[in-house]
Design a protein around this ligand. Structure first.
Ligand code: PLP
Length: 400
C-alpha cells in the first residue's frame, strides 16, 4: 500500500533540508572535516551541567508551568533588560520553549491567517520558509547584496510589502552570512515596519556572538516593542544545542496567544534543561565571554586565510559562520560543495540552500578547533588551485 496518500498537501510539498543531504554524505565518509554544522564545538559549561544533575538528584522530573519555571522567566527578564535594554514582564510576556525553533514555529502559527505574507530577507536560516508555509502563510523572500556584506536592504523590504503582508522576519547576526545590522540599519527597517503597520519577528539567537559592535535588539527601538516578537535561546551563545531550550518575549496579547498553542502542543520545555538554563543565566557570563573571545580569534584567522586562498570573504560581524565567494572555482555552490567533499573531504554548505542570493557562496562554520580549520583551509586551497589549473578564472589576492 502506498501510505504517502495519507500525507497532507503542505507536507508533501515540503522539500527536505539541503543541509541534511551533505551531512548524510559526509557521515558516510571517513576523515571528513566538517565546517557544515551550525553549532558550537564547546561542551556546555560544567556548572550548567552540574545544575542539571543536581535538579535530577532533587527529583525535579515533573512538568513545569506551561510557560516555563517562574524563576527562569524572571531570570530571562533580568537578562534581556541587563544585556539588551528591553523590558518584558516575566509572568505574561515571556515563554520558555523547546529551542528558538519552537518559539519561531509558535510565533508564525500565532499570527498567520491563510495567505498572509511574511517578508524574509535572504540568504536566511533554512527553517524560515517551511515554517511560514506550514503555518499557512506565504514566504516572500527579498535578496540582499554581497557587496555590502549581505546586510538586509530596507528598500528591498519596502518594495516587497503588499496588502497581504503581515510581518517581517529579521535575523541579526545572520545565519548563514554572519552579517550584523547596526542600530542605524535597524532604525531604517523599523521605520518601514511602523509606517506599514506590520509586525516584526526578530530572531536574536546569535545575539551573544557579536564581535565588533554592540548588538541591537529590535524591540529596544522606539515604537517597536509593541509590534515585535523577540526569539532567542541558549543553543548558540551558551553552547547548549542539545538541551533544546529557547524563549520568546512579546507583548502580553501576542505572548499569551502563543502560550495557547504551546500548552496544547508541547505542555512545557524540559524541566531539567530549565534548571540548567537558570544556572547559565545566573553564573554563565564569564564562560559566554570566553567562548566569544575564542570564536573571534578563529574568525579573524579563518576569514584572512580564506581570502588568501582565493575565496573572497567579507568579515562577518557575528555568529560563527563565514560566507566566502566560490566564484573563482567556476562551479555552482552545490557542485563546489559536492566536489570539495568528494575530493578533499571538507564539508561546507552550498549557499543556494539559504536562498537564491546565496548562490556563488558557501557557508563555513568556524566553530571548529584552529587545527581543524587550518587543515580544512589547506585542503580548500589545493582544491581551488586545481580548479585554476582546470581553467577556472581565478584571480590572485591582489586582484580582490
Ligand atoms: N534561528 C537561527 C537563525 C538558527 O541558526 C538556529 C539554529 O541553527 C535556530 C534559530 C534554532 O535554534 P535552537 O537550537 O534554539 O532551536
Amino acid at each position: 500500500m502506498d501510505s504517502s496518500r495519507f500525507l497532507s498537501a503542505s507536507v508533501t510539498e515540503l522539500k527536505p533540508s539541503g543541509i541534511r543531504k551533505f551531512f548524510d554524505l559526509a557521515a558516510s565518509m571517513e576523515g571528513v572535516i566538517s565546517l557544515g554544522v551550525g553549532e558550537p564545538d564547546f561542551v556546555t559549561s560544567w556548572s550548567v551541567r552540574e545544575a542539571c544533575i543536581l535538579s535530577l538528584e532533587k527529583g525535579h522530573t515533573a512538568y513545569s508551568a506551561n510557560a516555563g519555571l517562574m524563576e527562569l522567566r524572571e531570570e530571562i527578564s533580568f537578562y534581556l533588560d541587563r544585556k539588551f535594554h528591553v523590558n518584558y514582564e516575566a509572568e505574561r510576556e515571556i515563554l520558555v520553549t523547546v529551542g528558538a525553533s519552537q518559539a519561531l514555529d509558535l510565533a508564525l502559527r500565532t499570527i498567520i491567517n491563510p495567505g498572509d505574507e511574511v517578508i524574509i530577507p535572504e540568504p536566511c536560516f533554512v527553517a524560515y520558509g517551511p515554517l511560514v508555509k506550514l503555518a499557512g502563510g506565504i514566504p516572500v523572500y527579498v535578496s540582499s547584496n554581497s557587496n555590502n556584506g549581505f546586510k538586509t536592504l530596507p528598500g528591498q523590504i519596502e518594495k516587497a510589502i503588499t496588502q497581504n503582508t503581515k510581518a517581517v522576519l529579521i535575523c541579526s547576526p545572520s545565519n548563514p552570512t554572519g552579517s550584523m545590522l547596526s542600530r542605524k540599519d535597524f532604525e531604517k527597517i523599523s521605520n518601514i515596519i511602523k509606517q506599514h503597520d506590520l509586525l516584526a519577528i526578530s530572531d536574536e539567537i546569535y545575539a551573544e556572538l557579536s564581535y565588533d559592535e554592540e548588538f541591537t535588539s529590535l524591540a529596544s527601538l522606539e515604537g517597536m516593542r509593541e509590534r515585535t516578537i523577540t526569539i532567542s535561546g541558549f543553543s548558540k551563545g551558551f553552547a547548549m544545542t542539545g538541551w533544546r531550550l529557547g524563549f520568546a518575549a512579546a507583548p502580553a496579547p501576542l505572548l499569551q496567544a502563543m502560550l495557547k498553542i504551546h500548552q496544547y502542543s508541547m505542555m512545557c520545555a524540559p524541566t531539567m534543561s530549565q534548571h540548567a538554563a537558570l544556572e547559565a543565566l545566573r553564573n554563565g557570563e564569564e564562560d559566554v565571554q570566553r567562548m566569544k573571545t575564542d570564536y573571534r580569534r578563529r574568525r579573524n584567522y579563518f576569514v584572512r586565510s580564506l581570502n588568501e586562498a582565493g575565496f573572497p570573504c567579507q568579515t562577518p560581524g557575528g555568529a560563527f559562520y563565514a560566507f566566502p565567494s566560490i566564484e573563482y572555482s567556476g562551479l555552482s555552490s552545490e557542485e563546489f560543495a559536492e566536489q570539495l567533499l568528494l575530493e578533499e573531504k571538507v564539508a561546507v554548505v552550498p549557499g543556494i540552500v539559504f536562498g537564491s542570493s546565496g548562490e556563488g557562496f558557501v557557508r563555513c562554520s568556524y566553530a571548529s578547533s584552529l587545527s581543524q580549520l587550518e587543515e580544512a583551509l589547506k585542503r580548500m586551497a589545493s582544491f581551488m588551485k586545481r580548479r585554476q589549473h582546470a581553467g577556472a578564472q581565478w584571480k590572485t589576492l591582489q586582484d580582490f
